[in-house]
Design a protein around this ligand. Structure first.
Ligand code: ADP
Ligand code: TRP
Length: 323
């Protein structure tokens, strides 16, 4: 039987090359082999985006981004999380079998605590991993392609599936066997974490990104702002980003020939980025002209995702004994 993948992207701002090389690029290749679900995680984003206009625009933007990178709605199911209410329904059920100390181990929660302290952490941020577990487990997902930083969330989903199966399987004559499949993360080894212009993880929240659909001017500005260590033989942060576009052997040669000439090296990176981004940006501009088409893709995605999720919820509800 064909295996299933599912992944999600939060509509919290423009995607960057870290998102692309860490996660999104894999989606395009994987859709040919797997039954594929790609989700706009708007309810996850609600922890951050609390403005209707922004939420609407950013969610539609992710749909356009998905199509622009090459997701094909004939092959993949592209949908919005909020269009399938089974996600939040199942998340509640998971909340009831999960303990507070377990959720306190989540990196996202720890980061939020480190930033603002308990006062500023929403209950939604705290239970975030359970909504994500629901996203994944509703579709009998085998594989979840994500960046390294999401690995723990997939483990949480796996643990939650095991726990649910242990507690509820066989608890009703209507259910046979296990309810949830145990998912696995798929992480590209070579890329792992793409560094940002300041050398930290590239992230929307650090203001250190190179946007995936950047204009030529934005590319120039971002590369020029890459922090370099004036004592080093070659600019490490430039090199790490450059590695996404050329082989290490090729780069070693270029960086050796231009030792100490940071401006020249940055200019080469700028050209490589421009050549890579231009066709993607142009495709995105075309798609953004036909928003009816984008809405149609989401409407179809909603129907197809719900068909699967609602079946799964019936099995879950039987297992817990509410029907
Ligand atoms: P951000 O940190 O910019 O808010 P998200 O949390 O929205 O990014 O991540 C979306 C996807 O992109 C996730 O699967 C995540 O693991 C991946 N990702 C994000 N930043 C990077 C990075 N710097 N390197 C590799 N993958 C990344
Ligand atoms: N938490 C993920 C992120 O920050 C987004 C996400 C939500 C997701 N639900 C998912 C990823 C399900 C994979 C599978 O990027």
């Amino acid at each position: 039987m064909q295996k299933t993948i599912l992944s999600g992207v939060k509509p919290t701002g423009r995607p960057h090359i870290g998102n692309y090389f860490g996660a999104m690029r894999q989606f395009v290749e994987l859709q040919n082999e797997y039954q594929s679900y790609f989700m706009i995680a708007d309810y996850h984003a609600l922890n951050l985006i609390q403005n209707a206009k922004e939420m609407r625009e950013l969610s539609l933007d992710v749909a356009i981004d998905f199509l622009a990178i090459g997701l094909n709605p004939k092959k993949s199911i592209i949908f919005k999380q909020s269009d399938v209410p089974e996600h939040t329904e199942l998340a509640w059920i998971f909340d009831t079998i999960t303990t507070v100390p377990y959720l306190k181990r989540a990196h996202a929660y720890k980061d939020a605590m480190a930033k603002g302290g308990e006062e500023d952490v929403s209950a939604g941020t705290f239970t975030y991993p359970m909504l994500m577990a629901a996203d994944i487990l509703l579709y009998d997902t085998d594989v979840v392609p994500v960046g390294q930083d999401q690995k723990q969330h997939i483990e949480f989903a796996r643990d939650t599936a095991e726990k649910f199966n242990r507690i509820f399987s066989g608890s009703t004559s209507l259910t046979t066997g296990e309810i949830f499949k145990l998912p696995e993360a798929l992480i590209i080894k070579d890329v792992e974490t793409v560094p940002g212009t300041d050398g930290r993880k590239m992230s929307k929240s650090y203001n250190n990104t190179i946007p995936l659909f950047a204009s030529d001017e934005e590319i120039e500005k971002a590369v020029m702002s890459i922090v370099t260590d004036s004592k080093a033989e070659y600019p490490e942060n430039v090199f790490y980003i450059h590695k996404l576009f050329r082989s290490v052997a090729e780069l070693d040669k270029i960086y050796e020939e231009n030792k100490g000439k940071y401006k020249v090296l940055k200019d080469i990176l700028i050209e490589d980025l421009k050549n890579f981004i231009r066709p993607l940006r142009e495709r995105r501009e075309e798609i953004a002209k036909d928003l009816n088409f984008v809405q149609k893709v989401l409407a179809e995605g909603k129907e197809r995702a719900r068909a699967k999720a609602s079946q799964k919820m019936i099995a879950v509800k039987r297992a817990i004994g509410v029907i």
